[in-house]
Design a protein around this ligand. Sequence first.
Ligand code: HAM
Length: 457
Amino acid sequence: MNKKPSSKGKINQPRLVRGMKDILPSESNYWEHIRKVTERLAQDHGFSFAATPILEDKNLFVRSIGETTDIVEKEMFSFVDQGGDTLVLRPENTASIVRAYIEHGWVNLPQPVKVWYWGSMFRRERPQAGRYREFHQFGFETLGDGQPVNDAQLIMLAYNFFLDLKLDVSLQINSLGTKESREKYKKVLAEYYKSHKRKLCDDCKKRLLKNPLRLLDCKEEQCAELAIDAPQIIDYLSEEDTHHFTQVLEYLDELELPYSLNPRIMRGLDYYSRTAFEIWPNEEPGARQSALGGGGRYDGLAELLGGRPTPAAGFAVGIERVIALLRERQVYIPGPDTPDIFLAQLGDASRRRALKLFDELRLAGFTVAESFSKDSIKQQLEVANRLNISITLILGQKEIIDGTILFRDMESGTQEVVNYDKVIQELSKRIDKVRNHNDIKITRSENPIPREDENNE
Ligand code: HAM
């Protein structure tokens, strides 16, 4: 820990590392909701959860993402550990999933193997809005089958995720063909850019020698202008590539899923072949686009990593970017459910009993709120009111001695003495009523979309 004294003689406070971000409790609604939507989609579409380590061998990404990509050239957090191994904080998860596929012999499972993941990725990019050095992705991968229906299912899933969140997005799609088609295209593209070399930014001048495809997604204005008139890969696809792409598009048409054919979608990673797509926020034309998610087919990746030929496809979504858009568009996100009961106590003996009762009620299936550290009953009832709870149970000294408990109806303020041994039985009767009543309220309030500040502190 950095303990260098500051100029004022105080100990320097440790700070967040540049480009990192704390996820605060005030954002938890967003994280929990997105996780729930993702889990639901995974279940509905038959994807199983898989988790791979954050630390991987550097070579895994050099071989898969490609040596001439920005990620490998300059963005990986890499270090040599005490044992002399060169490790990196993973910049993405597809390569790790393919490594796991090969290493655990998933080829012996029924194909395709469908997995999803959720976790931190690390890229040492220049921090700016929506770009962090640690960010979170969830992703879906379908491995072991090259049929275009898999590409379409993944695109449908990605699109449905945004629909479920009530976010209006646009799907940008392209085909990058197989390696052979791409090599042909690269030559033509390099010729085009050579004839405009003077107008290229310094980075692109270097990229031109190493990997001309990277020029197409350069964000510099003069390069973006040149990309508009550049030759398009679609004209260099083989017959099989074209057939595959046409089939994917036919599935999307059948689904009535709107898409834009975008010849400049190249993706920043070298492992793609054939289908490549990105999801962008649907914004005014001309607005600076930064992708919410992206993916595509990567049929050659397993072989690059020493496995058998394994056609595969997938996508990943950047969770911070999704949250930023939900906030910007003030989309209503449901908060946690209102607890069933509030449990109030008065005095040391009742606090002891209350902690035990809390656990018994939880085991009996009730959600219970409390404020055990407060002594005053008034303050505890205020909390119950703030949480909008209908029933408060009150345990005081008298109730402990009598073997009873008070049921307080929070709306009317009336209180009823109930035998302590009957508490669960009595609650069951009343809570069912409350739950039914709340269900009715929920359906009624669906139409008007509540404002964000009503929900998120
Ligand atoms: P990617 O396009 O590099 O693809 O990343 C996917 C998403 O992660 C991006 O669209 C963006 O939302 C988010 N993202 C990327 N970098 C940052 C950053 N520095 N800060 C915040 N968010 C970021 C992949 O990673 C591929 N593995 C996707 C894939 C899965 N392809 C096939 N399967």
